[in-house]
Design a protein around this ligand. Sequence first.
Ligand SMILES: Nc1ncnc2c1ncn2[C@@H]1O[C@H](COP(=O)(O)OP(=O)(O)OP(=O)(O)O)[C@@H](O)[C@H]1O
Length: 198
Amino acid sequence: MLELHGLHRLHVGPITLNVEAGECIAIQGRSGSGKSVLLRMIADLDPHAGEAALDGTACSAMRAPAWRKCVTYVAADSGWWAERIGDHYPDPQHARALLPQVGLPEEAIAWPVGRLSTGERQRAALLRALTPDNRVLLLDEPTSGLDSESRGQVEALLRARMRDGCAVVLVTHDPEQAGRLARRRFAMDAGQLRETAA
Ligand SMILES: Nc1ncnc2c1ncn2[C@@H]1O[C@H](COP(=O)(O)OP(=O)(O)OP(=O)(O)O)[C@@H](O)[C@H]1O
C-alpha cells in the first residue's frame, strides 16, 4: 500500500520500506535519532531524496495537498490557529460525530481552543487527520502525556481505522503500546531504521 524507496534527508536514511493496508508499524528510538524527520519526509513536508508511493501512485505524481490528505502527518504538538475547535476540521460535522471516540462531547466542536487541556487538544488534533480521504496515518507520539483511559480510547480509534484498511506508522516511546498496536517494530538509530523482534 505505502511504499518508501530510498527516502533520505539530513542524516536520516536511505529508508526503503513497505507498509500494508490495515497494518501498524511502530518506530522507537532515542530523542534526535530521526523519527520525526522520517515521518515528515513520508508526508512530503520537507525536501528530500527518494520517493514514496501509495497504491502504486508516486507522491511526485500528485499535488502535495492531495498527497497529504491521503498520507497525513500528526505532529506530537499540533498547532491551532483559529478561535474555535470546529474551525480546524475540513468537515466539522464529521469531526463532531467523532469527538466522543476520543472522550470529548460533541458540543466541544463549538468550544474555544483555549478551553481544552493539553491532552484534550492532543486527542482533538488526531481527529483532524481522520478524513474519509485518509489512507495512512503518520503519528508522532500520539498519546504521550495521556492518562491510561484516554490512551485506550485513542488506541481503540486507531484499531478501528486499521480494520477499515488504514495503515499507521506510529512513533512511540512506549514499548508496551508498540507491542499492543504494531505487527512489526523498528528502531531508529542515528538515522537508520532496523527491524527489531516484536
Ligand atoms: N531542518 C533541520 N535542519 C537541521 N537539522 C534538523 C532539522 N530538522 C531536524 N533536524 C535534526 O535532525 C535530528 C533528528 O530530529 P527528529 O525531530 O527527527 O528527532 P526524533 O527522533 O523525532 O526525536 P524526539 O524523540 O525527541 O522527537 C535532530 O538532531 C534535529 O536537530
